[in-house]
Design a protein around this ligand. Structure first.
Ligand code: TYM
Length: 334
């Protein structure tokens, strides 16, 4: 049976990239009637130091972003990872299945650690193994993610296969990464070769879900582009990464194809296209940020929702964790 699992790190402001690449699609999957489990991965967030008070606030804010984007806690399981201790437990077991060499090959590790691997936390190195545990703990079959997480989901498939092989079982299904739509890699507004990221030092490089209308308009107005008008066909966007990115963002927000957007704006300059894009973005994002701030007025209610979600998640995860321990030869006598 199909079951979807995905997660987001509550490690800062969520961006338009997180919305188009993840949240919006998470809500669509829920509305298609598939079983959906969504997780705020606080255990992943602390692989780099987080201020404790800020982490709590960011976790609640991310929960509010899910709900404001259409995730209904009654129809999806929505919780924070650390409240279901089975994640950490299966994470450990999978650390003993996965190989150091596999982790070493992860591009995200190589990017983040750079030449400073010695100074990184052990957790940051093992990060993809915990991510595999998140997914396998629910026997999830599909994992909607942006392009940048594809390698991690493929690693999860390898870990599942190695576990099954090492113990001679057919226990963990191999999950499929779902990377769909035109906004699976939203790029920085300052540099069309870098992805839009909540950890980019330049705030102008991204649209935050909490930005107000003026800020959104200003960031799009200042977005780096070439001086040419928009072409009259998609081929004309080749080699124009920044223009391509803005067209993709427009298409994803408007639920159109990039070809339709190009047809509408062929020959127009960015002086026309950018304000149109800003208006569209504000019309889609303002209701979300308004709902987020409304929800943030009642943090206790958010915590209650996450607690109930964690109970539901735990009910699915515990039997799978117990079975894993049994397969590996751990005595269960209480
Ligand atoms: P994170 O928190 O970096 O990002 C959350 C989701 O947003 C997507 N995303 C983007 N999509 C398009 N364009 C962008 N610029 C962009 N930036 C981010 C990410 O691909 C992701 O889908 N390791 C994960 C969290 C995680 C997880 C999991 C995901 C932990 N356990 C299990 C799936 C399944 C991460 O750091 O995502």
């Amino acid at each position: 049976t199909p079951r979807i699992f995905s997660g987001i790190q509550p490690s800062g402001n969520l961006t338009l990239g997180n919305y188009l690449g993840a949240l919006k699609r998470f809500a669509q999957k829920q509305d298609e009637g598939i079983e959906t489990i969504y997780c705020l991965v606080d255990l992943h967030a602390v692989t780099v130091w987080q201020d404790p008070e800020a982490l709590k606030k960011q976790t609640r804010e991310a929960a509010a972003a899910f709900i404001a984007s259409g995730i209904d806690p009654a129809r999806s399981v929505l919780f924070n990872q650390s409240q279901v201790s089975a994640h950490a437990e299966l994470g450990w077991l999978l650390n003993c299945v996965a190989r150091m060499g596999w982790m070493n090959r992860m591009t995200q590790w190589k990017d983040k650690a750079g030449k400073n691997a010695e100074k990184q936390s052990l957790g940051l190195f093992a990060y993809p193994s915990l991510m595999a545990a998140d997914i396998l703990l629910y026997h999830a079959t599909m994992v909607p993610v942006g392009e940048d997480q594809k390698q991690h989901v493929e690693l999860c498939r390898d870990i599942a296969a190695k576990f099954n092989h090492d113990y001679g079982v057919d226990f963990f299904p191999a999950p499929l990464p779902l990377i769909e739509g035109v906004a699976t890699r939203v790029m920085s507004l300052r540099d069309g070769s870098k992805k839009m990221s909540k950890s980019d030092p330049s705030d102008a490089s991204r649209i935050n879900l909490t930005d107000d209308a003026d800020t959104i308009a200003k960031k799009f107005r200042k977005a780096v582009t070439d001086p040419e008008p928009l072409p009259d066909s998609l081929e004309g966007l080749e080699g124009r990464a920044e223009a391509r990115n803005l067209v993709n963002i427009y298409a994803a927000l408007a639920d159109k194809t990039p070809a339709e957007v190009i047809a509408d704006y062929a020959g127009q300059g960015f002086g026309v296209f950018k304000p149109a894009l800003a208006d569209l973005a504000v019309s889609k994002l303002e209701p979300i940020s308004t709902e987020m701030s409304r929800l943030m007025n009642d943090p206790a209610e958010i915590d209650r929702i996450l607690g109930k979600g964690a109970d539901k998640a735990d009910a699915i995860a515990q039997p799978i964790l117990q079975k894993t321990l049994e397969i590996m030869g751990m005595i269960r006598s209480r």
